[in-house]
Write a new protein. Sequence first.
Length: 346
Amino acid sequence: MGSTGDLGYPQIILQYSSGFLVSKVMFTACELGVFDLLLESGEPLSSDAIAGHLATSTTGMERLLDACVGLKLLAVELTEEGALYRNTDISNIYLTKSSPKSQYHIMMYYSNTVYLCWHYLADAVREGRNQYERAFGISSKDPFGAMYRSEEEMLKFMAGQNSVWSICGRDVLAAFDLSPFTQIYDLGGGGGALAQECVSLYPNSTVTIYDLPKVVQVAKEQFIPTEEHQIAFHEGDFFNDLIPEAELYILSKILHDWDDDKCRKLLEKVHKACKPGGGVLLIESLLNEDRSGPLETQLYSINMLVQTEGKERTASEYSRLLEAAGFREIQVKRTGKLYDAVLGRK
């Protein structure tokens, strides 16, 4: 009695301890172009053929492909010529670059940036601050200065956020009927995928993306078609510059980047600028009130620790921030997906 042998080897411990291996297999297959090649080929390919096309070793590629089969990202068929691999529906839809719902860019951002910060999670827990200085040798005092440390990094981040809204955007924008609001500002709107979803869902609306000048420039050049006349741009820093008057302000994944004091100050500015009868829509991943889950949100909150100055919050915590800034009639809608919606009215 009492020995570890009595308990066996808990499967859950194995699953959790190998979790980073699972994600790295998926990231690596994306980075090497496995899913793109199999989509373009139009037919199953052998590990030798895939390795030849992608300039990798045969032994390494075979092991990577088999792991992807185990993860249900690839399917394998045994023939007289040997094993032939093909994409599953999941990888075709979410892991190929050309898919409208591709998550390739957020995968690459997690693999090449987030992973390096998480290497110093123990330090983040000890110190209570983000880990850009250790991970990249740059100041941790300005999180977005670190995230946008080069044009390449900024582009990766913006493309990654766009990919998230390609599958989550409509859910959060449809959580409430926003059709009465025709003049909308998307604060920190980045690459504009959420703005595009908004004008598609509410064709009588116009959305102005308010973001830093360099972000706006990239959004104009890379992400928003010139013929899209329902989307406009405003360059500025919403913490330090004027916020123009509008009927509705969208803050999607903004408040979770900052501490309570900064959130209150920003919401007070938004409330002051907001037209009477207007409102603010917060799009965030909500913790349960007892903080027991969801697991994804708990993990996101740790990510806020290693990358930003903020945290994930409960619906009550966001409601209190809105009330402190002067908003009333606060409503919360859980979407059942990664992100939820909180609406406050002036």
